[in-house]
Write a protein that binds this ligand. Structure first.
Ligand code: NAX
Ligand code: ADP
Length: 307
């Protein structure tokens, strides 16, 4: 196992470039299948985070009863019901229309409709996919394990983002020990054919070989809904073309720093999940400034070599 910490210079280089001639589709579309009637808030949080993380088009496909609630959160979200959702609602990826799916924030693991829907998405989504929240329980079931393996064999990337309780569910069918979160991330990655981000006070990201550690979080993040925000951020980076491992490391770091910045103004006690998408642009601005400075230095070095 190689433990890997990314430097800021590497991380800021991962931020997707914004083309001058971009349109909302070329910037990446995120489809969130999220938010049962019990948890519409989770879908809204993930969707706001996707927008702030740069996706050009964020769509929420949620329970009929959640539609009005999610719509009311932001007029720029495209929101529709998942009633009658079928495999034909998942078109193949088109050139110039990069996309990604996020499945499971605000899913109820004991709800049969959520289960059916999760299997439909696993079977039909022809794009990178983040599986989070209540959908992780369905991934651990035999059918879910088979479907995610089929995605792997077809070359489709899948990311799972369990907290410790959800990671234990994913570990159970294989009898993996759960006391070492880094090793657990690696084992889950190998067993399911996914990139695994095991969340906690420190988060561990693994592609089955490398394990990256992200230890910049704050207990301010230990509040309901912050994981939903992270799932939306990863989905947005995947839709903008980042590789799964890079998307996880970059999103987890930006998420932690947004939490720290929010806590510095609002106190660790008072930060809530919806503050994170509001503070994210300030953290991204710092990364963009660092990237600009690095670009200038590189240019300067090139001139001095030639001069
Ligand atoms: N505003 C909303 O609508 C929110 C909806 N949420 C959704 O609620 C659904 C259920 O998620 P939950 O995580 O609450 O419930 P789960 O039942 O999936 O997991 C909680 C169980 O895991 C155990 N556990 C062990 N380690 C844990 C850890 N590090 N963090 C949390 N639990 C740990 C807990 O003791 C508990 O028994 C998910 O679909 C999630 O997306 C939550 O994200 C909270 C906010
Ligand atoms: N004590 C802590 N220190 C740092 N980060 C934390 C701490 N507790 C939780 N987090 C972070 O907060 C997020 C919580 O996610 P999750 O448990 O899925 O919440 P939810 O399901 O309510 O959205 C994760 O990104 C996790 O790494």
């Amino acid at each position: 196992m190689i433990a890997w910490n990314y430097s800021d210079t590497k991380l800021c280089g991962l931020l997707p470039e914004l083309a001058q001639d971009a349109n909302k589709y070329t910037r990446g579309k995120v489809s969130l299948v999220a938010g049962c009637s019990r948890y519409p808030g989770a879908a809204a949080l993930a969707a706001l985070a996707s927008q702030r993380m740069g996706a050009g088009y964020t769509e929420v496909i949620c329970a009929q009863k959640s539609v009005d609630t999610v719509r009311a959160v932001s007029p720029s979200l495209v929101v529709r019901s998942w009633k009658n959702l079928s495999p034909s609602d998942f078109p193949p990826m088109r050139a110039g229309h990069p996309s990604a799916y996020v499945l499971g924030p605000g899913f109820d693991a004991s709800n049969g409709s959520c289960k059916k829907l999760a299997f439909t998405v696993l079977e039909s989504a022809c794009a990178p996919l983040v599986v989070d929240g209540g959908a992780l329980a369905f991934l651990a079931a035999k059918k879910g394990r088979n479907l995610v393996r089929e995605r792997f064999e077809s070359g489709l990337d899948t990311v799972v983002t369990p907290h410790a309780g959800e990671a234990a569910r994913l570990a159970a069918p294989f009898g993996f020990p759960t006391d070492d979160a880094g090793e657990l991330a690696r084992l889950i990655s190998l067993a399911y054919g996914v990139t695994a981000l095991v969340k906690g006070p420190k988060s561990f990201i693994s592609d089955g070989e490398i394990v990256a550690v992200m230890g910049e979080g704050t207990p301010a993040l230990a509040k309901a809904g912050t994981g939903d925000v992270l799932a939306g951020m990863i989905g947005a980076l995947l839709a903008q073309g980042l590789a799964s491992f890079d998307a996880c490391v970059l999103a987890a770091t930006l998420h932690a720093r947004a939490g720290r910045l929010a806590a510095s103004e609002l106190t660790e006690r008072c930060v809530v999940a919806e503050d994170l998408p509001r503070y994210l642009p300030l953290v991204i601005r710092e990364f963009e400034a660092l990237r600009d400075r690095m670009g200038e230095q590189e240019l300067g070095a090139r001139y001095s070599t030639h001069g």
